[in-house]
Write a protein that binds this ligand. Structure first.
Ligand code: 4BW
Length: 147
């Protein structure tokens, strides 16, 4: 529950707002950079989670990080896309909450991150909470207040 400036209480449950894991584009440890670039390009997202074989969070991979890793001094080293693995270049620092975290902690992280990962109490990946989901919820709340 959150208190809006108006004094209104806003129910916000991370589980209800998140995109569930089966609908989240992701790659796995061991995948090549080429595979990751394909998934990123086809999905249209700039950054996606990296999971291990048990479906636990290991990092985030993004198009800029991949492109940066193949920039040589004089040319783009395309061969590295096949040679290198996502774990070689991913960002291991992941903004994350658990299913039972307060909505407030999720909201705070979303100020600086476009999405945050949600895991269960054993560290298994459950989904992501996006800025869009939060903004949509606020918009719906404002709309219903105006009526
Ligand atoms: O392919 C897209 N489909 C839709 N419906 N919206 C898209 C798509 N690509 C971008 N967008 C929009 C969204 O509003 O641009 C925003 C920024 O995308 P991003 O960060 O930089 O790729 C999107 O905002 P959002 O929905 O609040 O999502 C925030 C971030 O969460 C995205 C992306 O990194 C991640 N994300 C969202 N849905 C995802 C996902 N990652 C993997 N799988 C998903 N289903």
């Amino acid at each position: 529950m959150m208190n809006l400036p108006s004094g209104e209480n806003l129910e916000m449950n991370i589980q209800d707002l998140m995109i569930p894991s089966e609908r989240v584009a992701h790659v796995q440890v061991g995948n090549t950079l080429e595979h990751a670039l394909l998934v990123l390009t086809k999905s249209g997202y700039t950054a996606i989670p990296v999971l291990d074989l048990e479906y636990k969070l290991k990092g985030l991979i993004s198009t800029p990080v991949i492109l940066e890793s193949i920039l040589g001094l004089e040319r783009i080293e395309f061969e590295k896309l096949e040679q290198n693995r996502v774990e070689d270049v991913m960002n291991p620092s992941i903004p994350r909450v658990t299913l039972t975290s307060s909505a407030h902690s999720g909201l705070e992280l979303l100020v600086n991150h476009p999405f945050i990962c949600v895991e269960d109490s054993d560290g298994f990946f459950e989904g992501i909470l996006t800025r869009r989901a939060i903004l949509k919820m606020f918009q719906q709340s404002l709309n219903s207040n105006e009526k």
